[in-house]
Design a protein. Structure first.
Length: 148
């Protein structure tokens, strides 16, 4: 009778071990996917914040004693990305004046300055997923009016 109880416990342990061995890879994949999804949402927020700040800088007429240009906007965006641990050399910045790619110093008072920052997911993710190589993460187009 005692040996039957021990045998039954061994079978339950063996069953639990096999079930765990079958489910562990699935649970690990779900966990890693959740972490990567959270990273993508975080990077999108940082890109949007950088684009917002770039649009704000681009909407200014002067900063200190110098006239604002696309170089100032790009430098500001790159600083924000670097401060948040994102490789700014992998980011693509699109600056438009009234919907056309142009330098912000050509804009007149009241013109729309729009900025978008985007990068490929493979450059932003922590885990390199082969099927997401051409997928990109982009900020919204942030639009501000040029000051007079």
């Amino acid at each position: 009778m005692r040996s039957a109880t021990i045998l039954r416990k061994c079978r339950h342990r063996a069953t639990a071990t096999v079930e765990f061995a079958l489910l562990a890879p699935i649970l690990a994949a779900i966990l890693m996917g959740s972490i990567e999804l959270a990273r993508a949402v975080m990077v999108k927020g940082i890109l949007t914040d950088a684009a917002r700040d770039g649009a704000r800088i681009g909407a200014l007429r002067v900063k200190g004693n110098s006239i604002i240009s696309n170089t100032n906007v790009t430098t500001d965006i790159n600083n924000i990305l670097t401060d948040n641990g994102i490789d700014s050399t992998k980011a693509n910045i699109v600056i438009k004046v009234n919907g056309v790619v142009a330098d912000v110093n050509t804009a007149n008072a009241g013109d729309q300055i729009s900025v978008q920052v985007w990068m490929y997911y493979s450059d932003a993710g922590w885990i390199r997923l082969g099927f997401l190589t051409s997928t990109s993460i982009a900020s919204e187009f942030l639009v501000m009016m040029k000051e007079g």
